[in-house]
Structures are given as structure tokens and as C-alpha cells.
Design a binder for this molecule. Sequence first.
Ligand SMILES: [Zn+2]
Length: 357
Amino acid sequence: VLVVAGLSLKNLEPRVWDPASPYHLPGLRAVMVSYADFHRSPARRRAAVERGLRAYLDVPAPVRLYLDNGAFAIFRRGGETVADDYRAFVERAHPDWYPIPRDVIPGPHMSIEEQRHCLRETLAIGDRYGDDGYAPVIHVGRVLGEYIASVRASERLRAKRHLAIGGIVPHLLRAPKAAPYADVLADLIAARRAFADKELHLFGVGGTATLHLAALLGMDSVDSSGWRNRAARGIVQLPGGGDRMVANLGSWRGRAPSPAEWRRLRDCPCPACSRDGAAGLQARGLAGFRARATHNLWTLLEEARLIDAHLRAGSYRDWYRDHLDNTIYRPLIDHLLARLGEALTPGPSPNPGRGVP
Ligand SMILES: [Zn+2]
């Protein structure tokens, strides 16, 4: 599964995609920026349009550039003018991957009729942008089955090469009225099977444990900003899902690493830990943030590499039991493995990361 690192234009440090940076992560294959960051800053928008997004961010060619529509942040009041601006931006800034200008996200608290209303609006926008490279978006929720049926019924949407799935996190975290996780996972399996010919992107997957779910569900790519959010709160990620608080930055509280976990962190081969060791992770200010963010993203990329390798080798079931922490997602992973049954040992395949055949 391809890990797409979410960036923030407010602070581009650490420059993990940049071979000239001491924090460069050679394993990083894709980054994502949000259109919301350009929408808020006309100067930034102008520069990206004039130079192209790749030159503006100075991202080397092997790293794919994903753009998010930022709908969640900027479309609360609707408005087609923003959609037109977004379209003009896409045409001139040339991201490699971009969703439809707007998608209306159904919240777990919504009634089924309200969720259906979001679906109709999102599908109508998808249909309007049917002929070009815009990835249609569908949402996890009680009407995902209807989304799947509607996309398959539309000739234009059916012809798309890409499809993005949003809204998974609130539903898996069991917000009030959220569907039980077994239903959410069953729906995602159904989506993977229904769109076997498409590249599926899963929006907003936070940490290492949710990465396991995405890989087992056969998603092609996921994006995460969790590496930065956690770093800002003084948190580092350990392989196998654990979050540990290493820097006391004020009001945030969390579990500190055990002595054994500190030893693991001291031995961490990521660029930040190799440079500054555990003291770097504990530093305050920008230096500490850079170290923790780099460490977190390296851990996520390494986790993805290990998951894919074990799925490919048919050793995933034996490996994850000891590797994975007791995260809140653990029962979901156990459940998913039971459901997938023998289907998990795929053998050689053109897309070996896929858990669902
Ligand atoms: Zn590290």
C-alpha cells in the first residue's frame, strides 16, 4: 500500500521528499497538499499556478503529487465559484492525482435520508467531472452500498481509473450512531471487489494500525497527516502501532516509553534518530518537531513495507500477532483476517499488496 504523506504549506519542514534535506526519506513515494492551503493564500496560489505545483514545492519526479480538494475545510457554505477556482488550479498546477472539486461528507450522526442526500450531491459533482482525470469520491457510512451501485450504474463514473473513499475514520472510531465496525469493513471489502479494476485511495488514515486495515482491505494508497499532528503534540510512533509521549509540550498527556521502548528508539535507524538520537526526539521547538515528524513518517513507511512483504510471502498472519501492539484497531484486524479467510495468501500477483482478491 502506497503511503501518501500529508504536508502543510504553513510549515514545509521537515522536507522529507527533498534529497538535499538531512531529513530526506528515500522510501517516500508520494505527498499530498490540500487545496484549502492555496485557497486561503492568493500569493501562494499564484506562485503554484505560475510555476506548477511540482516546481513550487520542489518535489523530485519519482515522488507523486496528490492534491486534496480541501472540501471539508472550505466548502461549508457551498458555492460553485470555489469549484471553478479549484478546476482552474488543477489545470494549471498539474498535480498527478486530484479528486472531484467537492464531496459532501456524511457524518455518522446523520439520518439515513441525510446520508443519502450527501451521496446524491457527491455523485452529481462526480458526474459533472466525468471525462477528465478527477477521481470520484465515495464515503463510508450507511449508504456506501448505494454509492457502489450508483457508480457502477453510471457509464462515466464506471470508466474512471481512480476512486477515492472518504469518511472511514469517524465510522471506525465509533462515533454515536456509527455503523458497527464489522459492517464498515464488510462495505469496504465490497467496494474493493466491486472496483477491482480501479486504483482505490483511502482518505485520512492516521497511524500504523489503520495502515494494516487499509493494506488488508487491498487499498492501493492512503494518505496520513498523523505523522505531523503527533509530532506537534510531542508524540512518536513505534513500529506496530504504539504512540508514545516523548516531549512534554504542555497540556498534552500520553503514555511515556518503557525502558525497552527507549532502547528501541535509541537504535532507530531513521534519519532523525541516526543524526540526533533520542535527545532529538525530546527537543522542544522546530528542531524537536522535525525529528519526531521524520521519525513518525519513517516508521509509517517501514510499517507499510513490512506489511506488504509479509502479505507477499504469505507470512502476515504469523507476523502480525507479535508485531502489532494492543491498539484499539486490533479487534478490527482480527475480525478482518477471519473474514478474509484463506483469501489472504495471494501468491504472486501484479499488485501483491492486495489482501482482497
Ligand atoms: Zn527514528
